[in-house]
Ligand binder design. Structure first.
Ligand SMILES: CC(C)(COP(=O)(O)OP(=O)(O)OC[C@H]1O[C@@H](n2cnc3c(N)ncnc32)[C@H](O)[C@@H]1OP(=O)(O)O)[C@@H](O)C(=O)NCCC(=O)NCCS
Length: 182
């Protein structure tokens, strides 16, 4: 069910059995079947990218790509997902995102990721499948995280994570080779 107070704007395609919570605002997005979008989410707005014009003023770059939300994705309340600058922002099938997360422009999140509350992914971050984050993780823009990595709560990820492992801390470092048991 689409809540009557949700604003579904331009360039939106919504699949079967999708629910959208109260006061969510969605533009420029394709949302596949069975997705569940909580209250107060903002999806498909401009990303945070600027350039200086001839006078030295910062001007927002125009983001013309979409947001693609795979089937069976769950998105918690007040989460924001920006549209892409150079490629579509993608949330893979079956990924579960809790409240108050921010997924920046051009991120590609794999299938079956778990993002608890407060996770922030900078622009162009790419994650594999079955990645699990703890609460409040921040990932530096453009970093890549391999399949089944477990990122401990509160971690700051500043380097690519190329192998399945558990990482934690600021800056995040490997604490075990185990990773997330998908
Ligand atoms: C990463 C995590 C899975 C590690 O758990 P674990 O394997 O039981 O690890 P331990 O608690 O034995 O800690 C191992 C070492 O890593 C350190 N460590 C663990 N988690 C850490 C974190 N988030 N940040 C910094 N250091 C961490 C510990 O201090 C310990 O260091 P030491 O050996 O020097 O004492 C766990 O700490 C975590 O962050 N879980 C996510 C919780 C969460 O947000 N769940 C979602 C709720 S919806």
């Amino acid at each position: 069910m689409i809540h009557p107070t949700a604003l579904i704007g331009k360039n939106v395609i919504i699949g079967n059995n999708v629910s959208v919570g109260a006061y969510s605002v969605i533009d420029n997005a394709i949302i596949m079947h069975n997705a569940e979008i909580g209250a107060g989410c903002v999806i498909g707005k401009e990303g945070f990218n600027f350039y200086k014009d001839g006078t030295g003023l910062l001007r927002r770059k125009f983001h013309k790509q979409m947001v693609f939300i795979g089937s069976d994705v769950v998105i918690g309340a007040n989460t924001t997902i920006d549209r892409g600058l150079r490629r579509h922002t993608i949330v893979g099938r079956g990924t579960i995102i809790n409240a108050q997360c921010h997924i920046a422009h051009d991120c590609i999140i794999g299938d079956n990721n778990i993002l608890p509350s407060g996770v922030i992914l900078g622009g162009f971050v790419k994650t594999g499948n079955d990645v699990k984050f703890g609460m409040g993780v921040i990932v530096h823009p453009e970093r890549k995280i391999a399949d089944r990595v477990f990122v401990g709560m509160g971690s700051i990820v500043i380097r690519d994570v190329t192998e399945c492992s558990t990482i934690a801390g600021n800056p995040a470092k490997t604490i075990s080779k185990r990773g997330h048991d998908a």
